[in-house]
Design a protein around this ligand. Structure first.
Ligand SMILES: [Zn+2]
Length: 60
């Protein structure tokens, strides 16, 4: 039976889209558009949820 549970933890901040190219609207002299690549600071561009250090307690 189908299960929709995700085995791979996806970053909840960017929903898996870690990097996004944003057009600035300006054009370079060679005709290409200026783009800014924004990387998600939460997962640092991996797109996966990074377990925060100190929140997981193993053992006692
Ligand atoms: Zn992210």
């Amino acid at each position: 039976m189908p299960q929709h549970a995700q085995n791979t933890p996806v970053c909840r901040d960017c929903d898996g889209f870690a990097t996004a190219a944003i057009t600035t609207g300006t054009r370079h002299t060679d005709g290409t558009r200026g783009t800014l690549t924004v990387t998600c600071p939460t997962c640092k561009g991996t797109g996966h949820r990074v377990p925060a250090a100190g929140l997981t307690h193993v053992g006692r």
